[in-house]
Each structure stands twice: as C-alpha cells, then as structure tokens.
Design a protein. Structure first.
Length: 341
C-alpha cells in the first residue's frame, strides 16, 4: 500500500512513519512536509529508506500538492498543521493558511486523484472546554473551539465533512487527546517540563495549574490511526483517548519527582487567554467498532518517556538552541538542493 503522510517530520507524524514501517512490511511511505520550525528531519534519522522517501512541500500550495499526488497513493494521512495553541494566540494567520486552506487543497487533490482514504488528524480541542462534572466528549458533542488553533482545526473538520457529503471524498476524521512521547517539540508541556527541569530552569505553570488534560502515549495514537486505515468507515469520526485525565500541576509535580528535582522550580505565571479548563475523550466508538485499545497508560509510560529525553539530550538541546536547523540545511541541501526559508 502506498501512503502519503503530510507533516511527517513533526512529533506525531514521525512516530507514525516509524510505526508503519516497523509494523507493515508492505507499506511504502512518502513524507510531505514543509519543514516549519516544528519539522525536524532528525526525528526520522536512521530510518530505512527502502520503503520511505521525503518530499519537501506545503499542503497549502496546490502545485506542490498536485505534483506529489501524481506519484499515486492509496491512503493520505494529514498530520500537517500549525499545532501550538500559544503560537495561535500570538499570530493566527499561519494556522488559517495551513490548517484550513491546506486541508481544502488536500481534499481537492484526494478527490481528483480518487484516493481510497484520507485521514484528517484532528483534535479534542474542537469540542471546547468541559466542566469537571461533565461527561467526556463523544463524537456527537457540539463543536465549540476556543482558541484560534482549535477554530482552525474545527474549520478543517467542517471542510472534511462537506467534501464527504458533497463529493463523497472518502475521508475519516480522528479527534485525539493530548499526546506525549519521544520527539515532541519542547514548547509543549511535558517535554518543556522535562527539559527545563533537567537544566534546573523555572517551569511555567499557567493560571492556577488546575486545568485538566487527557493524555495518550503517541504510539497508542499511531496504532489507532492504523486501525482507522485498516477498518474505519469513510465519512465517520473517531475519538481517540486513553482515559488518563490529570491536572497540569499534578503532572508537573510527578515529573519533578521522577527526575529527583525540587518543586521550587515551579513558577505560576499569567494564564493563557481563553485557556480551556478540561478536556476528556470518550473513545468507546473506536474501541467497540475497530477493536482498538490503548496499551501505554500515562502512569506506566511517563518514566520511560522521561528516560528517553534524558538519553536523547543531544536531540532536544539541538532543538532548543536552533541547531536542528543546521541539520536540515546539511541534509536538505546535500540531498534535495536548496535551503530553508
Ligand atoms: P507538530 O507541530 O509537531 O508537527 C507538525 C508538522 O507539520 C511539522 O513537521 C511541520 O513542518 C509540518 N507542517 C506545518 N505546516 C505545514 C504545511 N503548510 N505543509 C506541510 N507541512 C507542514 O505537530 P504534532 O503535535 O505532531 O501534531 C500533528 C497533528 O496532530 C496536527 O494536525 C495536530 O493538530 C494533531 N493533534 C496533535 C495533538 C498533540 O497532542 N500533539 C493531539 C491531537 C491532535
Ligand atoms: O509552559 C506551559 N505551561 C502550562 O501550564 C505550557 C506550554 C502549557 N501549560 C498548560 C496549558 C495546557 O493546559 O499545559 C497544558 C498543555 O499545554 P500544551 O502542551 O500547550 O497543549 P494543549 O494546549 O493542551 O494542546 C495540545 O493538545 C491538543 C496540542 O498542543 C495540540 O496540538 C493538540 O491538538
């Protein structure tokens, strides 16, 4: 099977590519990525290139998308996005271009090339925020996005719905909760806390720290997307979650404890504007219909993920210092010509 993965140089996309090449010996994967600040080819270093290749390009550029689609694919998985809520508050424009316009360009290409399936990787944030007493989000919960990021992802979901209903483009939307695992860009909470704590730097906790997130190991998310590809129904939406709800402050304290660091590193800072209080996902549909179950709960997997960041200090130090851009330059210009923006 030929699979086009967009955004495969980011956190979840790179884990998905590694997972697919390991588990499916008959899958051939092309990674189409713009290499924004979040795209890091080092995330895929050492990968066997017999069944994998990289194409640099922008999902919002119809000419580049047409060129890559003309290679011919059965399945497209769209991970490409601007993904950080704080950045969307500072500057929403790139979120609209990539997350909304980019999805439209991919849907049009999927339509004209007749792909078998397009998986639109969405997020629980499209449902907005829950009170502590409310039940978790189901696929039927109303969309109520609160940040520019969440609004752009909800808009993309609406496009996917419309392209299915109008043109019968075979699209499936997945909505996953907060991921953790190796290769996560250290602007996100868990790798930020781990890498700051290792360096004895202050750890910023927004507001009162009592916001709740529902955490899933990235490999469980990847297995869920693979299950959707193999057994999902076009036109459907599948929530993905592992049922591991934790308050931010409790998570930060647990990481500090596991690293043997002092809680005095914690600094409460001003809250994120429009900060969603709680996310929680009801994943019973994907469990029931596709037989998927999460296997790496936060409590068990967190120590191992912390160990990964401890063992891969060179990786995150190059990301934090910006030196990973040099790796791009060296690899990119040697192999594909041209430089970075
Ligand atoms: P990430 O920011 O780590 O990676 C995004 C990747 O997309 C990068 O490699 C980047 O270079 C690429 N990209 C950005 N704009 C592009 C464009 N215009 N054209 C081509 N490539 C482009 O993000 P992530 O955390 O891996 O998230 C992947 C997807 O999963 C996103 O769609 C996100 O909304 C969704 N998601 C993430 C989480 C999470 O907890 N991280 C949870 C649920 C859903
Ligand atoms: O420094 C911080 N301090 C802090 O208290 C950071 C970066 C975050 N936080 C809080 C904000 C959130 O309540 O931690 C929580 C998690 O924050 P992020 O890691 O930025 O994730 P979140 O905003 O929940 O969004 C993530 O999950 C859903 C991903 O970034 C999205 O791409 C995904 O769709």
């Amino acid at each position: 099977m030929r699979v086009l993965v967009t955004g495969g140089a980011g956190f979840i996309g790179s884990n998905f590519i590694r997972y697919c090449l390991r588990v499916y010996p008959d899958w051939y994967v092309v990674n189409f990525d713009k290499l924004t600040y979040a795209g890091n080819l080092e995330n895929l270093a050492g990968i066997d290139e017999g069944r994998y290749s990289f194409v640099r390009g922008d999902i919002a550029d119809p000419v580049a998308v047409e060129a890559v689609f003309s290679q011919g694919f059965d399945v497209v998985v769209n991970f490409a996005a601007e993904s950080h809520v704080d950045r969307s508050i500072l500057d929403p424009a790139p979120f609209m271009r990539t997350n909304v316009l980019g999805t439209q360009v991919l849907l049009d290409a999927a339509r004209s090339h007749g792909v078998v399936l397009l998986v639109q990787v969405s997020t629980d944030e499209v449902y907005g925020s829950l009170e502590e007493c409310e039940p978790p989000f189901t696929e039927d919960s109303p969309l109520a996005p609160n940040s520019p990021y969440a609004a752009s992802k909800a808009a993309a979901d609406m496009l996917a719905r419309a392209w299915w209903n109008t043109y019968r483009v075979p699209v499936i939307i997945t909505r996953c909760c907060n991921n953790f695992g190796p290769y996560q860009f250290p602007e996100k909470l868990i790798p930020l806390v781990i890498t700051n704590a290792i360096q004895d730097l202050p750890i910023p906790v927004y507001g009162d720290g009592r916001n709740i997130r529902d955490w899933i190991h990235v490999e469980d998310h990847c297995r869920a997307i693979a299950a959707v590809i193999e057994r999902g129904s076009p036109g459907e939406i599948y929530n993905i979650g592992a049922g591991c709800e934790v308050r931010n402050i409790d998570l930060v304290r647990r990481i500090l404890l596991l690293l043997g660091k002092s809680e005095s590193l914690i600094q409460f800072v001003s809250d994120r504007p429009g900060h969603d209080r709680r996310y929680a996902i009801d994943a019973s549909r994907i469990r029931r219909e596709l037989g998927w179950v999460p296997t790496r709960p936060l409590a068990e997997a967190l120590p191992e993920v912390i160990d990964w960041y401890v063992a891969n200090e060179g990786w995150w130090r190059r990301v934090r210092s910006g030196a990973y851009r040099d790796y791009y330059e060296a690899v990119y210009s040697r192999r594909w010509g041209g430089g970075l923006e």
